[in-house]
Design a protein around this ligand. Structure first.
Ligand SMILES: [Zn+2]
Ligand SMILES: [Zn+2]
Ligand SMILES: [Zn+2]
Length: 136
């Protein structure tokens, strides 16, 4: 029972790190923020559990790193995360863009399971800064 309780608390800590962030976080971000509270294996195991439960989804960046973001309409039965992901080349954050990705039909013989789409460029914050610099 004690163990169960501790587990719940650990999960809550990980969830709040993610919900406090406006962008997706990579594994290192969690490890960094929770360094004093839990070991890396625990973080990894809980993140994996959240993915299985349809609470978060993974995004693999062009840099090969895996990022995690909150899901909005998913369940443990099915993830519906075929939306765009945006990676800012300046601040290197990854954000979910709530627009479904439309993919042209695949050639016959292929069956699509998931779409992973990353657009890179400048996020609104960085774009504003960039424009202000130019204006000066
Ligand atoms: Zn999902
Ligand atoms: Zn940015
Ligand atoms: Zn997403």
């Amino acid at each position: 029972m004690e163990k169960q309780k501790r587990n719940t608390k650990t999960k809550q800590m990980i969830m709040s790190v993610l919900s406090d962030s406006s962008s997706a976080l990579c594994y290192d971000d969690f490890a960094e923020k929770l360094r004093e509270k839990m070991d890396k294996a625990t973080i990894y195991r809980i993140l994996q559990g959240f993915c299985d439960d349809g609470m978060i989804h993974k995004i693999v960046g062009e840099n090969g790193k895996t990022y995690y973001a909150l899901c909005h309409h998913c369940s443990n039965e099915k993830h519906n995360d075929n939306h765009l992901h945006f990676r800012c080349v300046r601040c290197e954050t990854i954000s979910c863009i709530d627009e479904p990705v439309s993919i042209s039909p695949l050639p016959s013989g292929y069956k699509m399971l998931a779409v992973s789409c990353i657009v890179s460029g400048y996020c609104p914050d960085c774009l504003t800064e960039q424009n202000e610099k130019v204006a000066k």
